[in-house]
Design a binder for this molecule. Structure first.
Ligand SMILES: [Zn+2]
Length: 468
């Protein structure tokens, strides 16, 4: 699936005459020079005879989208959970389909999800990969991310799907395996893909397991740790986080819908980040997005897709949902008091920053803006379109009116991943039947194995029933 020409050393790229969508110079027409994977210069006029020139006329240049919470392995289940709530998802996916993936299923799903995300302008994804049923599953996911050419934080999941004869017999086996990944795949944090950890949800495991998982991540000096928090009504036990002693700036908490103010205060004080995935949260009965609560507490904040087994993989949709829901929540006290709101609380510029800054995954030193020295993750939107005319201010144009079909160019680390609206070096025709076949075989394997009860299945049933 990988076009070997994409592994050639980076050429210089020169984007001529594009309009900056964000940052101090938003609205200005500039040239952007990219060399050695980074932004070498941003100026009104740049000459670089040795660079490949991209015509930026009638485009907006935005930092790439940063998806702070996605399970890429579920790409082959696209839409299968579209009319379900979270309880159905737990029963259908976490204790169902998750038991039936082969390493090949993980590869094809992760690869397809990653290139699909690239096509929609996502240049960085935090892949919460809780489908690691063997070392080969881990290798498949990591290789798929590398082959796709997206910037990714591969968060190795410690969650153990209830498999009858598991390869990992005890949880320490996973700790050893993530150590192997650190040693063999990700010895440093300098590459396009870096290693993180995804903890088992605290509503599924006792405190000592959470502590062990945190310790494992810390011992490996992982730059990112993520976990689901407050996606269901189960009480979030902040004390458990406190007692592990190292929940801090490496942490990205996803969802957090049912969390109270004390949690957001804790997250902000310890330097943690919150990621909301409005489409799944609004649609699957998780509660309203945590945007307002996280921002008011001063926590770092970002957005994510979560699962295309439920909803859309397009960050434009997600960003709009996040903005309008945050505005609705902001205005609701006035509405209930019978008063006209004085403001909507949040701007399109705010929303573009949530979607592109990289703040929620701890990457603001590398990405999130188009300025000299940053890694070159750039998206060009074509503006000579009816839906963008006449052109409003750039953030508004992107957040309110752009469609993913307006995305013409996507650059990750200085490499062209989308050109003229098409993925570069991706055999889409060859990929589609593999996705279809993968889905069919998983569904069939689950159908055959459905009869067994499991401890994990029981843990979920207890949670769904609302018992302590
Ligand atoms: Zn999730």
């Amino acid at each position: 699936m990988l076009d070997k020409t994409r592994r050639e050393p980076c050429r210089k790229l020169l984007i001529k005459g594009t309009q900056l969508a964000a940052g101090r110079h938003a609205g200005e027409i500039v040239d952007i020079l990219i060399a050695r994977g980074k932004i070498a210069d941003v100026a009104p006029h740049i000459d670089a005879a040795d660079a490949e020139v991209l015509d930026g006329n009638q485009t907006l240049a935005s930092p790439g989208f940063v998806d702070g919470h996605r399970h890429l392995w579920q790409t082959n289940l696209r839409g299968m959970l579209a009319d379900t709530v979270l309880a159905d998802y737990y029963r259908g996916v976490r204790v169902g389909y998750a038991t039936a993936y082969t390493p090949d299923d993980v590869y094809v799903s992760t690869y397809a999800g990653a290139v699909d995300a690239l096509r929609d302008g996502v240049t960085t994804v935090l892949d919460h990969c809780h489908i690691i049923n063997s070392p080969e599953h881990a290798d498949a996911a990591a290789n798929a991310l590398k082959d796709a050419g997206i910037r990714a934080i591969f968060c190795y999941g410690f969650y153990a799907p209830p498999i009858k004869n598991p390869v990992f017999r005890e949880r320490q086996d996973r700790y050893r395996d993530v150590g192997r990944m650190r040693r063999d795949f990700f010895p440093s944090d300098d590459g396009l893909i870096t290693l993180g950890a995804a903890l088992t949800e605290q509503w599924l495991v006792p405190e000592d397991v959470t502590a062990d998982e945190v310790r494992t991540a810390r011992d490996l000096n992982l730059r990112n740790v993520t976990l689901h928090v407050g996606a269901n009504p189960a009480k979030t036990d902040i004390e458990r986080f406190r007692c592990t002693g190292c929940f801090g700036p490496t942490f990205t908490y996803s969802h957090c819908n049912s969390c109270q103010a004390a949690f957001f205060k804790f997250a902000a004080e310890t330097g943690g980040a919150v990621v909301s995935t409005p489409e799944t949260e609004l649609g699957m009965g998780m509660g309203f997005p945590s945007t307002n609560k996280a921002l008011e507490a001063g926590a770092r904040f970002g957005l994510g897709i979560d699962i295309v087994s439920f909803g859309n993989g397009d960050m434009l949709t997600t960003t709009r949902l996040a903005l309008q829901t945050a505005r609705a929540l902001h205005c609701q006290p006035s509405v209930l008091a019978g008063k006209m709101p004085e403001s909507s609380g949040y701007t399109t510029k705010d929303a573009l920053a949530w979607a592109t800054s990289g703040d929620a995954v701890g990457l603001t030193d590398k990405i999130g803006s188009i300025e000299t020295g940053k890694h070159a993750d750039v998206v060009l939107f074509k503006t000579d379109r009816l839906n963008l005319s006449p052109l409003s201010n750039p953030a508004t144009a992107i957040v309110m009116h752009a469609r993913s079909s307006d995305i013409d160019t996507v650059i990750v680390g200085g490499q062209l991943r989308v050109k003229d609206g098409e993925l570069v070096g991706v055999d889409i025709k060859g990929l589609l039947p593999k996705l279809e076949q993968s889905k069919r075989s998983i569904v069939e394997r689950v159908r055959q194995a459905r009869s067994e009860q499991s401890d994990m299945g029981q843990a979920y049933e207890t949670l769904i029933a609302g018992k302590p």
